[in-house]
Design a protein around this ligand. Structure first.
Ligand SMILES: Cc1cc2nc3c(=O)[nH]c(=O)nc-3n(C[C@H](O)[C@H](O)[C@H](O)COP(=O)(O)OP(=O)(O)OC[C@H]3O[C@@H](n4cnc5c(N)ncnc54)[C@H](O)[C@@H]3O)c2cc1C
Length: 451
């Protein structure tokens, strides 16, 4: 949205395609509807959420053409003669032929498998928060929250303000070390409001919301659906009866589209996820595609906005609308945000970094492949995730590997004693969203295209 505002103001013909049905992306999901229809919920959703109203209004007034409810299922590779996007719009497939593409596909929750995570009654915090923002759906009082990261605490406080007290918050993050404490101090000086807000959430979780820290070996139990969870703290096992477990282990860049476009990526060991290779503000290994926001590296909404504006100026220069001297140095607000992120990355490491799933844990939930089977094929000489598909069908189900890719690469790297970068990632091919043969067959030919 921020990039589109700058580009439209600069007189460029801008089209914004978004799978969602209203502007706001992930963080400001449903913000226009909440302000118009449920203004009483705005304070509970927080000041950061409320900031989305000004941004969506600026975007609506920018002159950029907004096409909501459109899924991008393909970007032509750099081997093909023309840059083109495959779209699904109102049930029909079509192609769009832009001069340049900015990918701002955001983040997705980091999938972290554990025993019982496939039981009905186990969901992610992000999914629950989406239901809250879009439809004011709240969990029952027996809900247990588990995992790590700021979103866990933000959501706990959001539902508390709406009258729901979770039964417990099981925090799997290790206790703060001296070096993360020092990074915390640096983050406090750089972004005092955010750090103080985080400390307030933590304090309120400790005082009022049943916070348990240092949790290990989380397991969900039940026959047809979840009935209880067990976990360890300091060598003792505990059990809680519950019908709803909400888990969260931080977020990772959503790189499916950029990987399918042939953009170069590498494994970022600090954030433990795959990220695109970026130079300049948002240039990629393909000169006709830029990237910005959490899809590049997890940085948060303010970084996405600041970077969005910088990337827009870079694209204007690429398209010959401005000269490159217009590109400003990185604003100070961005470097302050980076100090905050360094602290968050260290304070909330993902579970897989210190505890990979047990052998009997299902890793690929579509094909029901366990961590033990992945370890077995790796020990038998399997070279990586793509070859692993042939042995196990892991990653070949309807989610196309979204839920298992990262864990499979980490398991194989661990079993073979090499880095995740060396093991690699599933090769991602279009269509990256489901599309029927009928839709493909009915697609207008380039000569009939009206876009
Ligand atoms: C589940 C979840 C909940 C979060 N909640 C919070 C929160 O409460 N507070 C907070 O500070 N941060 C939150 N974050 C982080 C926050 O969303 C990001 O920091 C911020 O939104 C980054 O902005 P962005 O523009 O990079 O991506 P986003 O805001 O995520 O926007 C990405 C957009 O790309 C669209 N898109 C992706 N793929 C396609 C495709 N193939 N075709 C068409 N459109 C596509 C999506 O529909 C989405 O609108 C959350 C993240 C997640 C994953």
């Amino acid at each position: 949205m921020a990039a589109a505002c700058v580009l439209a103001k600069g007189g460029l013909d801008v089209v914004v395609l978004d799978e969602q049905h209203a502007p706001g992306g992930q963080i400001y999901k449903g913000v226009e509807k909440v302000f118009a229809q449920r203004p009483q919920d705005v304070p509970s959703l927080g000041k950061e959420y409320a900031a989305g109203q000004a941004l969506t209004r600026r975007f609506r007034e920018s002159g950029a053409q907004y096409r909501p409810g459109v899924s991008v299922w393909q970007i032509t590779s750099d081997q093909e003669p023309e840059l083109a996007l495959g779209l699904l719009e109102e049930g029909s497939a079509r192609m769009l032929y832009p001069k340049h593409v900015i990918l701002a596909t955001g983040a997705m929750e980091r999938p972290v498998p554990f025993e019982g995570w496939t039981l009905p009654g186990v969901m992610t915090v992000g999914a629950a928060q989406t239901l809250l923002k879009s439809s004011r759906l709240l969990p029952r009082e027996d809900v247990v929250l588990a995992g790590t990261g700021p979103l866990l605490y933000l959501y706990a406080n959001q539902i508390r303000d709406l009258g729901i007290m979770p039964q417990a918050i099981l925090d799997t993050a290790p206790l703060l070390t001296l070096s993360s404490g020092l990074l915390g101090l640096s983050a406090l000086l750089a972004c005092p409001k955010s750090v103080l807000q985080g400390m307030h959430w933590l304090w309120s979780a400790k005082r009022k919301l049943g916070l348990v820290q240092g949790v290990r070996t989380l397991k969900a139990h039940g026959n047809d659906r979840l009935s209880s969870v067990t976990y360890d703290t300091h060598g003792h096992e505990h059990e809680l009866s519950t019908s709803l477990l909400l888990v969260h282990d931080g977020v990772i860049p959503n790189t499916w589209l950029s990987m399918s476009a042939g953009i170069r990526h590498h494994f970022d060991s600090v954030q433990s996820c795959w990220v695109p290779d970026i130079h300049g503000a948002g240039s990629t290994s393909r000169k006709d595609i830029s990237m910005v926001g959490d899809g590049v590296r997890i940085g948060g909404a303010s970084v996405a906005v600041l970077q969005g504006e910088r990337v827009a100026h870079e694209v204007e220069a690429y398209l010959g609308k401005k000269d490159r001297s217009f590109l400003t140095a990185e604003p100070r607000a961005l470097s302050r945000q980076r100090r905050l992120r360094r602290f968050l990355d260290q304070a909330f490491p993902p579970t897989n970094d210190f505890q990979l799933p047990t052998d009997k844990t299902i890793v690929c939930r579509c094909e029901e492949v366990t961590a033990g089977e992945i370890r077995q094929v790796a020990a038998g000489g399997c070279m990586g995730p793509n070859q692993g598909k042939a042995f196990t069908r892991c990653g070949m189900g309807p989610c196309m590997g979204r839920k298992c890719a990262l864990t499979v690469s980490q398991l194989m790297a661990d079993a073979r004693g090499v880095s995740v970068d060396e093991i690699g990632h599933y090769r991602i091919r279009s269509p990256i969203r489901p599309i029927t043969i009928g839709q493909l067959a009915d697609m207008p030919l380039p000569s009939e295209n009206t876009d």
